[in-house]
Design a protein around this ligand. Structure first.
Ligand code: ATP
Ligand code: MG
Length: 251
């Protein structure tokens, strides 16, 4: 069990995240939702210790009740897919270099065949060629898929995924969601999924946490969130989702 405890983030004294506490169990998916700017990416980055330099962070992350320093957490305990994958790639290094480096950093053996298999699993055609490409030669959706492959490469027991399928077409998106579901069910991956897509939430989440202006305003099992949302923000998110299908929330 991984727990984020009392996580607060401020910029020049202005709070961006207020005292967030959440638990993520192995083999389960927690969806973190909320309007744009509500603090989802800030929470994800601060929990991993990769927030922007101007932000002040308080709080801690515990594994089975024991505090873990961010340096010990990242990669080994929690793999991550951050929003805007392009910024995570070194422009001077090929995709093969990135994958080798991830294996090296996590003391995992490098295997060209295993890397190609993983790239094929995230739906990249001609994985041998993709390994030789640089970020500038790739589309946003291709990079996003390599970022997902990199996150799964190390076999960490938890994954924080910030809008992992946003840049992807619906066919590839379905494939990635299947892959995450399989990793969860097969390897017991504990997933914190940040998304604005309530369809993805309905499909993958066991539990949902709702942020508004940096504060947790509602949290519950996915069925309760969709069928009996209580907070106005949750009601709005669910109503907007239902409206796509011509349905309404009961009053
Ligand atoms: N380094 C920073 N300095 C100051 N303010 C910041 C910084 N990073 C983020 N913010 C502010 O924190 C708030 C939350 O931003 P965040 O990126 O966490 O939102 P989000 O919920 O992930 O939104 P989206 O759905 O658009 O990705 C925003 O008001 C943003 O302007
Ligand atoms: Mg974000």
């Amino acid at each position: 069990m991984l727990s984020i405890e009392g996580l607060s983030v401020a910029a020049d004294g202005r709070p961006l995240l207020r005292d967030l506490t959440l638990e993520i169990a192995q083999g389960r998916t927690l969806a973190l939702v909320g309007a744009s700017g509500s603090g989802k990416s800030t929470a994800c980055a601060a929990a991993l210790g990769v927030q922007a330099a101007n932000l002040a962070v308080r709080g801690r992350v515990c594994l089975d009740g024991r505090p873990v320093a961010p340096g010990q957490l990242r990669g080994r305990v929690v793999a991550s897919i951050l929003q805007n994958p392009r910024s995570g790639f070194n422009p001077l290094r090929s995709m093969r270099d990135h994958m080798r480096e991830t294996c090296r950093a996590l003391d995992r053996p490098w295997s060209e065949a295993a890397a190609q298999d993983l790239l094929a699993e995230v739906g990249l055609e001609d994985p041998g060629r993709v390994l030789g490409l640089y970020a500038f030669e790739m589309s946003g959706g291709m990079l996003q898929r390599v970022a997902i492959a990199l996150a799964l490469l190390g076999g960490a027991p938890f994954l924080f995924a910030d809008e992992p399928t946003t840049d992807l077409d619906l066919v590839v998106q379905a494939r990635i969601l299947d892959l995450m579901e399989r990793s969860r069910d097969r390897a017991g991956l504990g997933l914190m999924l940040i998304t604005h897509d309530m369809g993805v939430v309905a499909r993958l989440a066991d539990e949902v946490a709702v942020l508004e202006a940096g504060a947790l305003v509602e949290r519950g099992p996915v069925g309760q969130i969709f069928h009996a949302p209580r907070h106005p923000v949750t009601r709005m998110l669910v109503a907007a989702h239902l409206a796509l299908y011509g349905q309404e929330l009961p009053a």
